[in-house]
Design a protein around this ligand. Structure first.
Ligand code: PMP
Ligand code: GLU
Length: 398
C-alpha cells in the first residue's frame, strides 16, 4: 500500500521535467519530436572548464569538500559579484549547492515556517510553489499578465504583504516569460521591501548572463534592503553546465549559516570535481558567455518573428532567458480533426506534441493557464521546423 507522507502526496511533479521525459520517450520510439519543453542550453560546456575538471580528477580532488564549497570557489564567486555586479560579499556569505534548484529550496526551508506567506509573482517557475508547499508555507500568488509585461508593480507587492509575509520570490530575467526588471522597476519594489524589515527577497538570477537589454540589475544593489536579499545564481545556464549541478547563494551570513547546517545534514558539499570546474568558469575567459548570449539573442529574434506569424498567439518580446510565453487562449474551445476540444493550455501542449511532434509546456504549471511555454535554446533549423509544424497544427484547429 502506498504510504507516502501527506507532504509528498501534496507535491506535484515538475511539469518541465515531465514533458521533457515524455518527449524523450517518444523519440526512443522513433518519433521525430522537437523538444522545446526543457530549459537548457544546447551548447557543450566550454573546453577550458572541462579541462579544469579533468585536472581536478588527476589532482585527487576526490574527498569531501567543505559543506558550503571550497574557499577558492567561494572567493571566486565573491570576485564575480564585485566585478560584474558591484556587490560586496564575503566568502562566509556564499553557500554552493547541487544546482540553483537546491539553493532555492535550502533558502525556503531555512526561512519559511508552517503558515508563513511567500509572495510568488505569476507567471512563476514551476518549482517555487512546490518548494513553499514542502516547507508548509502558504503561496500568495500575485498575477502579472501580458498587459504589464508579466512584471509586478510596487503597488501590487504592497497590497500582497501581510504580517505573515516572510518572503518574495523574484526571478529576473524570468523563466517562463523572458521579462527583465529594469533598475527603476527594482528600485520601486525595493522601496516597498524596505518598509517591511521582516520580509526577505529570494532573487533568482540564474539567467543573469542571458540578457538582451543591457547589463544585469540585481535587487541586492539597494543598500537599504541588502540584508533582506538572498541572491540565487549558478553556472547551469550562463556557462552551459546544467548537468554539472552547481548553484549558489549570496546571503546575509545568518542565512548562509542556516543553509550550511541544513545542507550538512542532507547532501553535504556539491561534487568536488564540479566545484573545480566552476572555479575555472568564474576565473577564466568570459568570452564563451557572450558568444552563447549572442546565439540566444539571434534565436530570440527568429522565434519572435515566427510567432508573430501565428495568428492566435499574443506575445511579449523576451528581454532575457530563452523562453517565449505566448498567450494562446484564442485556441480554447476549438476542435481537433479527431473531434477533441482544446480546453486549456495543457490540452494545447498535448495536441502540439501528438499532432505536430513539438514539445512545449502548458502555462497552467507556471500559474498562467492562458499561455504556453517554449524554450528556444535549440538550433535555428530545429526552431524553424518546430514553428512550421506548430503553425500547421494550429491552423488545422476549427
Ligand atoms: N531557477 C530557475 C528560474 C530555473 O529556470 C532553473 C532551471 N532549472 C533553476 C532555478 C535551477 O537551475 P539549476 O540547474 O542550477 O538547478
Ligand atoms: N529550469 C529548466 C526549465 O524550467 C530546467 C528544468 C527544471 O529544472 O525545471 O525547464
Amino acid at each position: 500500500m502506498n504510504q507516502v507522507s501527506a507532504r509528498l502526496a501534496a507535491l506535484s511533479p515538475s511539469a518541465t521535467l515531465a514533458m521533457s521525459q515524455k518527449s524523450s520517450e517518444l523519440k526512443a520510439q522513433g518519433i521525430d519530436v522537437i523538444n522545446l519543453s526543457v530549459g537548457e542550453p544546447d551548447f557543450n560546456t566550454p573546453d577550458h572548464i572541462k579541462e579544469a575538471a579533468k585536472k581536478a580528477i588527476d589532482n585527487n580532488f576526490s574527498f569531501y569538500s567543505p559543506v558550503p564549497g571550497y574557499p577558492a570557489l567561494r572567493k571566486a564567486i565573491c570576485e564575480k559579484l564585485k566585478n560584474e555586479n558591484n556587490l560586496e560579499y564575503k566568502p562566509e556569505q556564499i553557500v554552493c549547492s547541487n544546482g540553483a534548484k537546491q539553493s532555492v529550496c535550502n533558502v525556503i526551508l531555512c526561512l519559511v515556517d508552517k503558515g508563513d506567506e511567500v509572495i510568488v509573482p505569476a507567471p512563476y517557475w514551476v518549482s517555487y510553489i512546490e518548494m513553499v508547499k514542502l516547507a508548509e508555507g502558504t503561496n500568495v500568488i500575485v498575477e502579472a499578465g501580458l498587459d504589464q509585461n508579466f512584471k509586478i508593480t510596487p503597488a501590487q507587492l504592497e497590497a500582497a504583504i501581510t504580517p505573515k509575509t516572510k518572503a518574495l520570490i523574484l526571478c529576473s530575467p524570468s523563466n517562463p516569460t523572458g521579462s527583465v526588471y529594469s533598475k527603476e522597476e527594482l528600485a520601486g519594489l525595493a522601496k516597498v521591501i524596505a518598509k517591511h524589515p521582516n520580509v526577505f527577497v529570494i532573487a533568482d538570477e540564474i539567467y543573469e548572463h542571458i540578457n538582451y537589454v543591457g547589463k544585469h540589475e540585481s535587487i541586492a544593489q539597494f543598500d537599504e534592503i541588502k540584508d533582506q536579499v538572498v541572491i540565487i545564481n549558478g553556472v547551469s545556464k550562463g556557462y552551459a553546465m546544467t548537468g554539472w549541478r552547481l548553484g549558489w547563494i549570496a546571503a546575509p551570513e545568518w542565512i548562509a549559516k542556516a543553509c550550511n547546517k541544513l545542507q550538512g545534514q542532507y547532501t553535504s558539499g556539491p561534487s568536488s570535481i564540479t566545484q573545480k570546474a566552476c572555479e575555472a568558469a568564474y576565473t577564466g575567459d568570459q568570452s564563451c558567455v557572450e558568444t552563447m548570449r549572442q546565439a540566444f539573442q539571434r534565436r530570440r529574434d527568429l522565434v519572435v518573428k515566427m510567432a508573430k506569424e501565428i495568428s492566435g498567439f499574443k506575445i511579449t518580446i523576451p528581454e532575457g532567458a530563452f523562453y517565449l510565453f505566448p498567450e494562446c487562449s484564442s485556441y480554447f474551445g476549438k476542435k481537433t480533426a479527431k473531434g477533441q476540444t482544446i480546453n486549456n493550455s495543457s490540452d494545447l501542449a498535448l495536441y502540439l506534441l501528438e499532432e505536430g511532434h513539438v514539445a512545449c509546456v502548458g502555462g497552467d504549471s507556471f500559474g498562467s493557464p492562458n499561455c504556453i511555454r517554449m524554450s528556444y535554446a535549440t538550433s535555428d533549423e530545429k526552431l524553424v521546423e518546430a514553428f512550421n509544424r506548430m503553425k500547421k497544427a494550429l491552423d488545422a484547429l476549427k
